[in-house]
Design a protein around this ligand. Sequence first.
Ligand code: ARG
Length: 251
Amino acid sequence: MKKIAKILALVLVLAMSMSFFAGCSKDEKAEEKTLKMATNAAFPPYEYKEGEKIVGIDAEIAEAIAKELGMKLEIVDMEFDSIITAVDKGEVDFGMAGMTVTDERKEQVDFSDSYATGVQSIIVKEGSDIKTVDDLEGKKIGVQLGTTGDIYATDDYGAENVTQYGKGADAVIALKGGDVDAVIIDNEPAKAFVEENEGLAILDTEYAVEDYAIAIKKGNTKLLDDVNAALSKLTEDGTIDKIIAKYIKAE
Ligand code: ARG
C-alpha cells in the first residue's frame, strides 16, 4: 500500500513537472524571439518596397534564415551608410543589403559566408562617348553614398568627380538629367534601373566583382555560426537558388 502511494506521488510530480515544462515552451513560442535586420530598401532586386512591404532576394533569404532559427524577422529600413553602425551598436542583429565584403568593413563587423556575387557596373546614356572604364577619367560620376561604387570611384577618379546620392535611383535620375555622365552601381540594380528608364545603357565591362554577405556584430559568434549553418542548409536544399531565380531571370 505504501509503495503504491509512493508511486502515485511520483507519477503526480512527474505529471506536474511535465505540464510545467509544456507550459514554458508554449510561453516561449508566444514570445518568439525577433531577429532584427537592417537594410536599405532601394536596391532592387535585393531589397525594395512593394507598397509598405519590403521584398526582394535579401528579404526572402533573411525570412528563410529566421525560420531556420525559429525566430521572427523584423526588417528595419535605413540609409545604406547607417547599416554597419546600426549592427556595430547592436541596434539590429544583422545587416543584409546586397552588402559587399570589404577589408575596411571587416574592421567594424563580421561577415557571414557569401550568398551571392555582385558586379559593379557602369550606366551611361545611350550613345554616350563613355565606352570603357578608361573613358570615365575626368567625367562626372554618380554613386550611392557609402557603397563600394562610391569608394572605388572616389579612389580611382577623385572625390571632385564623384557625386553621392542617398539612393541609387536618384543617381540614375541625375544621369538622365545630365547632372552626371555615368553611374557606378551593382549590376542587378543597374539592370532594374535601366529597365525602368528609357535611353540608358549598361557598359559591357566589369568594374569590380564582389561577394555579398550578411554583416553581424563583432563577437556575436553564436549568431554568426547559426546564420552560416542556416545559409549552408538553405544552399544545399536549393532554397537560395530558388529565391534568386524568382527575382533574377537567367540570361
Ligand atoms: N554592394 C554595394 C556595397 O556593398 C552596394 C550595396 C547597396 N545596397 C543597398 N541596399 N542600397 O557597397
